[in-house]
Design a protein around this ligand. Structure first.
Ligand code: NAP
Length: 247
C-alpha cells in the first residue's frame, strides 16, 4: 500500500484490534501514535514493535472521554511526526446487562467512551485535515450497531451512533478530500470477548458462516486498505468484517 511517511492516531492501540491496526499501519509505512487507559506495558511493547519496523511510534495515556486529552494528543502527534493523515477511532468498551437491570453508570460510560470518544478525536483532527485537503478517518463500529444485540442496548446504541456519525461527517468533509468510513467487526478474538460467557461465544460462533472467530489482524487489513488511496472513492461506508456473521 502507498502509505509511506503518512502518520496516524489509533485510539485504544495497546491491545486487541487497535494494537493490530497500529502494527499493520506501521508495517505499511505509517508513523503511529496510540493511546490507552490502563495497559501501559502492552502499549509500550506496541511502540517498540513499531520502532523496530523503522517507523516512529508514541504511546500516550489519554482517556478518550476527555476532549482536552484528545486535543493534546493530536497536537503531540503532529509535533512528533510533522504531519497527521489518518485517524482510527478504535477505543471501546462493553458493559453488558439487559435494559431492565442496566445502571445509569453502565449506560453513560459505554456511550461516552464509544461514541463521544469518536467525536472528540474527529473534532480535534478535522481542522488539520481540512487545511491540508487530505485525511482518512476510520471508525470501528460493530455488527451489533447494525442489528442490535440482547444484553447490549448501551453498546449497540453507541455503535449505531458511530454509524450515523460516520455518514454525517463523510458528507461534511468530502469536499476537503477527507474519507470517512466505518468498519463493523463481528466476533473477534480479543480481551473484550475472552471474558464473555461461553454460551454467548458459542451462539455467536454458530452464526459465523466461515465457522471460526475472527482475528484482530483480519480487521486491521481492512482498516489499512481504507486508509490507502486504493480506497479513495469510498466514503460513508460501513464495511462488515465478520465471516458472514451478519448475513
Ligand atoms: P479490547 O481488547 O478490550 O481493547 C480495547 C482498547 O481500547 C484497549 O486498547 C483499551 O486501552 C482501549 N480503551 C478502552 N477504553 C478507553 C478509554 N476510555 N480511553 C482510551 N482507551 C481506551 O477490545 P477490542 O476487542 O480490541 O475492541 C476494539 C474495538 O473493536 C472496540 O471499539 C470494540 O467495540 C470493537 N469491536 C470488537 C469486537 C470483538 O469481538 N472483539 C467486535 C466488534 C467491535 P487500555 O485497556 O490500555 O485502557
Amino acid at each position: 500500500m502507498e502509505l509511506n511517511n503518512k502518520s496516524a492516531i489509533v485510539t485504544g492501540g495497546s491491545v486487541g484490534i487497535g494494537a493490530a491496526i497500529a502494527l499493520d499501519l506501521a508495517q505499511n509505512g505509517v508513523n503511529v501514535a496510540i493511546n490507552y487507559r490502563k495497559h501501559i506495558d502492552e502499549a509500550n511493547k506496541i511502540v517498540e514493535q513499531i520502532k523496530k519496523m523503522g517507523r516512529k511510534g508514541i504511546a500516550i495515556q489519554a482517556d478518550v472521554i476527555s476532549f482536552a486529552d484528545a486535543e493534546k494528543m493530536v497536537q503531540t502527534a503532529l509535533k512528533e511526526f510533522g504531519r497527521l493523515d489518518i485517524l482510527v477511532n478504535n477505543a471501546g468498551i462493553n458493559q453488558d446487562a439487559v435494559v431492565w437491570k442496566m445502571t445509569e453508570e453502565q449506560w453513560d460510560s459505554v456511550i461516552e467512551i464509544n461514541l463521544k470518544g469518536c467525536f472528540n478525536y474527529i473534532r480535534s483532527v478535522t481542522p488539520i485535515f481540512k487545511n491540508q485537503n487530505y485525511g482518512k478517518i476510520v471508525n470501528i463500529t460493530s455488527i451489533n450497531g447494525l442489528r442490535g444485540k440482547f444484553g447490549q442496548s448501551n453498546y449497540s446504541a453507541s455503535k449505531a451512533g458511530i454509524i450515523g456519525l460516520t455518514k454525517s461527517v463523510a458528507r461534511e468533509l468530502g469536499k476537503f478530500n477527507i474519507n470517512v468510513n466505518a468498519v463493523a467487526p463481528g466476533l473477534i478474538e480479543t480481551d473484550m470477548v475472552v471474558h464473555s460467557p461461553e454460551e454467548v461465544k458459542q451462539k455467536a460462533l454458530s452464526e459465523i458462516v466461515l465457522g471460526r472467530i475472527g482475528k484482530p489482524e483480519e480487521v486491521a487489513w481492512v482498516v489499512t486498505f481504507l486508509c490507502s488511496d486504493k480506497a479513495r472513492h469510498l466514503t460513508g461506508e460501513v464495511i462488515k468484517v465478520d465471516g458472514g456473521q451478519y448475513i
